[in-house]
Write a protein that binds this ligand. Structure first.
Ligand code: AKG
Ligand code: FE2
Length: 189
């Protein structure tokens, strides 16, 4: 995460002043997932499509494939699910919603899901890195201004975002847009 903030142009000193510079404001969580083998895997959902809410998620798995990411329409093809290849002794890092907010939309949160395997049980451990539940996260002031552009999102705490997602699902971030119409979205949810 430190390297990602450097790549956005923040100095070491500016990073020290962000949430990740102040480790007392950082919180961790973990999911342990088990996907039993299923003889008819196309008829079951392992883990429904979602984005992770924190800054970053680091995924470890037992070498059985199943994680897929949603690739938006591009020159290569239409919007599609792409299976993340299993590479031994590696971890997968997903960008979460709060990293998307913190970077003012530069780093995109990734929509992903898990499928189940026909013959092998799949196990995964997802480690989530985010702020303490009551610390507000908004676009970094270093990334917004007359030259870089306006902040796209209002600040939220991790807890607020989790509550928004429980009612608005994939529309939660849209509802935090500074020109977003939260009430309209709530009615349509
Ligand atoms: O099982 C996986 O590979 C993904 C798990 C996941 O996305 C999650 O726990 O949020
Ligand atoms: Fe996830």
């Amino acid at each position: 995460m430190h390297l990602m903030l450097l790549s956005l142009g923040l100095t070491e000193e500016e990073i020290d002043n962000t949430l990740i510079g102040d480790l007392s404001k950082i919180k961790n969580a973990m999911h342990l997932n088990s996907y039993p083998a299923c003889p008819d895997p196309d008829r079951v959902v392992g883990l429904a499509p979602h984005t992770d809410t924190g800054f970053l998620a680091v995924l470890y798995h037992n070498g059985v494939s199943g994680l897929q990411v949603l690739r938006r329409k591009d020159d290569i093809g239409p919007t599609r699910w792409v299976t993340v290849p299993v590479v031994p002794n590696t971890l997968v890092v997903n960008i979460g919603d709060l990293m998307h907010v913190l970077s003012n939309g530069t780093f995109h949160n990734v929509v992903h899901r898990s499928t189940v395997n026909k013959t092998n049980q799949r196990l995964s451990a997802a480690y989530f890195f985010g702020p303490q539940v009551d610390v507000k996260v908004g676009p970094l002031s270093e990334l917004t201004g007359p030259e870089q552009g306006l902040p796209l999102y209002r600040p939220v705490t991790w807890l607020e975002l989790q509550k928004l997602k429980s009612t608005l699902h994939d529309k939660a971030l849209q509802s935090m847009k500074i020109d977003g119409k939260i009430e309209e979205l709530r009615k349509g949810a």
